[in-house]
Design a protein around this ligand. Structure first.
Ligand code: SF4
Ligand code: SF4
Length: 73
């Protein structure tokens, strides 16, 4: 358990140095990125929002899922 927690923190530390972003001005709120994220970090109301960017593992699933290509890693 302790080892697992340490590993998660290491991922978070690495993730915090990157910048994932969504161009909200163009988002059509289709929800594809929400379904694609394995960590459930993205929510959609009017536009998609990444709730916890520090937890992002840079898997790229949301980038690939967006039909408009407006998510950048
Ligand atoms: S890159 Fe992966 S972990 Fe990060 S927000 Fe997108 S789907 Fe989620
Ligand atoms: S997949 Fe793209 S267009 Fe669809 S909700 Fe996510 S950011 Fe918006």
């Amino acid at each position: 358990m302790l080892l697992r927690g340490t590993a998660v923190r290491a991922v978070k530390s690495k993730g915090s140095s990157m910048a994932i972003s969504i161009n909200g001005a163009e988002c059509i709120a289709c929800g594809a990125c929400v379904s694609a994220c394995p960590l459930d970090l993205i929510t959609v109301s009017d536009v998609a929002v990444i709730e916890d960017t520090d937890s992002c593992i840079e898997c790229g699933s949301c980038v690939d899922a967006c039909p408009l290509g407006i998510i950048e890693l």
